[in-house]
Structure formats: C-alpha cells, structure tokens
Design a binder for this molecule. Structure first.
Ligand SMILES: [Ca+2]
Ligand SMILES: [Ca+2]
Length: 267
C-alpha cells in the first residue's frame, strides 16, 4: 500500500513537471560558447513546450551575415540576421547555469539572429538551432513564435527570464557580442596590431573600421588612436593558431639559425 502511495505521488510529481514543461518553451545552451572559449560554437536546444515552433530568435551585435558559419537550420526554414533589437546584458558573459547580472544595463542589441518558417507544415516540437561565430558572447534574450492556431494568446513572444540561470531553460542565452572597443582587427584583444593599423592608415579617409576608423568619423584619426590606448590590453588574447606571427617568426628564425650554427660547429 505504501509502495502504491509512493508510486502515485511520484506519478503525480512527474505529471506536474510534464505539465510545467508543456506550457513553457525552453532553451538549453549546448555550445562551448556558453561561457567558455575555444571554437565559438553557439547551439540552442529549443523545446516548444508542446507547441509547434515556427520562429526562434536571439539578439546579436554582429549584423554581418558571413560571420555566421556552420549553420544549423531546419529543413525548409529561412535564416537571417536582422536589424531588430533584443534585450541584452551589456558585455556580461555569465557562465552556463549562473544568474546573469542582466539588470546592470538594459540595452538593445544591434539586431537579432532569426530562424523561421511561414508554413505550419514545418512547425517543429523541438530543434537545435546553431552556428559558429568568431567573437565572444554575452547574455542575451531569446524569443520564439509558434503557429497561430497553437499559440494561446496569453503566451508572450519573448520568454527569457533574467532571474533564471543562463542557458538552462528559461534564462537568457549567449549570443555574439560586437567587436570590443579599440579592437581594430576584431580578434577579441586590444594589442599592437590594432595600434599598428591605426598608425599605418593615419589621416586616410573613407576607410572602414578594419583600417582603424573605429569611431566611424570617416578618417583614421586621434579619437581612434585614443580608443585603442584606452582599451589597451583588454579582452582575451586569441588562442594560438599554430601559425606564428611575423615578429615571432623572425625570432624563431633567428633562434633556429643560431641553433643550426651551433650544430654545424659541433658536427
Ligand atoms: Ca585586436
Ligand atoms: Ca575616426
């Protein structure tokens, strides 16, 4: 009898959990970028909570479509990076499962990454959306839509709950942050190469950000130089690519020549 009662309670709890899930779409971050480093893999396991998903979106500060590679897109769905804002937590990169300080700054991202279908035949119960992206992430809101017939009017378009852990269901997720201030070459670290580019193109006009016009004034000039110096040393040094930089290459070359000379003498 006791066992029957325990089973009944267990079943009841199980049903309650199922019921909670059934009402609420969830997103689990399943990428190394969920607070980590290495290959910038962004992946979102989206569960429509019993409703057919027809659209999923997360914020981004990078509107360049070609920055997004290895896309995971459902069959017959569309993908776009659009200029439409979503809430984000200014430059916070909260670890997976921790609570984002979100409210420190409510800002809008430059845009959103969006997957969608307009055909209810392609609505999905769940899907893992994703891509690779070269830049670091920050905490950002997400949203989704389900088919109009299936979506109760009281359900909002955006579900992210900033009081819930990041990337674990209802909490915010991670998405690409724009280039860091002062980071001319957009490698996530403000260092010599950024300054060199500003000096190399100094005084030239009608060049883009990648040539050192960080503030978009049209000329590579004083404010750009100041921005690099102000943020000098911020960000994370890029991971070694295995290909030495020219300066390092020179040193290596000098070192190996010296070694060769020593070997030749000892031979
Ligand atoms: Ca840099
Ligand atoms: Ca400028």
């Amino acid at each position: 009898m006791k066992n029957v009662l325990i089973v009944a309670i267990g079943l009841g709890l199980g049903l309650a959990v199922l019921e909670a899930r059934a009402d609420t779409p969830q997103v689990i971050c399943d990428g190394s970028e969920s607070g980590g480093s290495g290959p910038r893999q962004y992946a979102y396991e989206v569960d429509g909570g019993g409703l057919g998903i027809m659209e999923f979106m997360v914020g981004t500060n990078d509107l360049a479509l070609d920055s997004y590679t290895n896309l995971l897109i459902p069959e017959n769905w569309s993908f776009a990076v659009e200029e439409q804002w979503i809430n984000h937590s200014d430059r916070n990169k909260t670890g997976h499962g921790e609570i984002s300080p979100g409210l420190v700054c409510w800002c809008a991202t430059k845009g959103r990454v969006r997957w969608w279908t307009e055909d209810t035949d392609y609505a999905l119960g769940s899907f893992t959306f994703g891509y690779n992206h070269p830049w670091v992430s920050e905490d950002v809101g997400w949203g989704l839509s389900t088919s109009l017939e299936a979506r109760p009017p009281e359900l909002p378009e955006f579900y992210e709950d900033w009081q819930s852990p990041v990337g674990m269901g209802l909490g915010p997720v991670h998405d690409p942050l724009g280039p860091l201030p002062g980071d001319v070459n957009e490698d996530g670290f403000i260092e010599g190469e950024d300054l060199t580019t500003v000096i190399t193109y100094w005084g030239q006009s009608s060049l883009g950000r990648e040539f050192g016009d960080l503030d978009g004034s049209g000329t590579v000039d004083g404010p750009d130089y100041t921005e690099v110096l102000t943020y000098w040393g911020t960000g994370s040094p890029p991971e070694p690519s295995g290909i030495p930089e020219p300066g390092t290459l020179g040193l290596l070359l000098a070192g190996s020549l010296a070694l060769m000379g020593r070997k030749a003498k000892s031979a």
